[in-house]
Design a protein around this ligand. Sequence first.
Ligand SMILES: NC(=O)c1ccc[n+]([C@@H]2O[C@H](COP(=O)([O-])OP(=O)(O)OC[C@H]3O[C@@H](n4cnc5c(N)ncnc54)[C@H](O)[C@@H]3O)[C@@H](O)[C@H]2O)c1
Length: 364
Amino acid sequence: MSAKPILVAGGAGYIGSHFCHVAAQRGYAPIVIDRLGPSSSRVEAYRRGASARFPLIACDIGDEAQVRAAIDRYRPVAAVCFAALIEVAESVAKPDLYWDNNYVRATRFFRTLATGGVQHLVFSSTAAVYGGVDDEPLAETHQLAPASPYGQTKLACELMLLGATENHQLANAVSFPSHGADWPPLPSDERTSFVPSSTLVFRYFNAAGGHVTAGLGEVHEPESHLIPRLLAAALGKTTDLSATINGDDYDTPDGTCVRDYVHVLDLADAHIAGLDYLLDGGNSDVFNLGSGSGYSIRQVLAAVGRATGVSVPARVGPRRAGDTASLIADAGKAQRVLGWRPQRDLDEIVASAAAFHRAYGVQI
Ligand SMILES: NC(=O)c1ccc[n+]([C@@H]2O[C@H](COP(=O)([O-])OP(=O)(O)OC[C@H]3O[C@@H](n4cnc5c(N)ncnc54)[C@H](O)[C@@H]3O)[C@@H](O)[C@H]2O)c1
């Protein structure tokens, strides 16, 4: 059977590049849409290298003419949208940039898919859509109250995608403090379709790890994620060989922030399960993707020590804007509906990331 073509927006980035690699081995033929920058030459080189393995349309997802031309040429059976700006702190400083890129351009992309006849979409959302955390682990029905423009733009896309789909499951997943469950309004017959008719929204917790034998790993700039920052310090790939802990007075067992880490290859597997599900006629829905286990910053520091043999000295700095004390997923729904469960634990995540950092000399 020939591979099924899929459009992968943001397929040159960290998670998208791992997904494309796995998808190509699992019956799909990725076509990457990615603008590749603006970023440092190192990040762009990673994105070019990763996407060179597949047909690449180097354009913005909001470029309706180029996206439509790609649809007409490749006739994709579905799309996956990883493309977004991803820095919480930057989004607090420059909300307009995030609303433009992550909402305005994304919605143009959704409309181009719909008008081009691409009816299935998997969309990357984030645990940053959840608000103050009182009970954990967090199920998809937890209160949605994003603390940053980054999380708000992702939630806005979720509303547009799931609020407008045929089976209207959003009301089960969203409870807005100031709106009734019938908001946003459902589409009426006279409206033209503006999003694909079946969409899975995946709310990732903290993606981490790499795939060194495929030459893939985490490359961001700025790099705000904990594991690559600690590895850079442990492996001497940064000027500052110590770690800064952003606050140790949170209401957590050791006072440092607790997060749920999920291996990027496990995320890739979830996307394959999601695409298979949609193509088999599965309903639109929203899923958490996480491991269900939380680790504090100090526990991750210890894991970096085990993977590298280096004990990174840590100092405590101020809290970071937009951070919450703890985010742990209840990913039971993804297991029940999609049959997905992460296979790799924290030590495997950190070891795979360390292997990539060693081999590719990632500087931070
Ligand atoms: N990394 C994480 O831990 C994490 C956690 C939760 C959610 N997510 C979500 O996962 C997705 C992928 O994250 P990542 O870590 O791989 O980020 P990344 O920055 O490595 O990759 C994003 C890719 O999208 C591209 N892109 C961005 N805006 C674009 C646009 N307007 N047009 C065309 N291309 C564009 C970039 O060039 C880049 O290649 C994002 O949507 C992010 O919000 C990531």
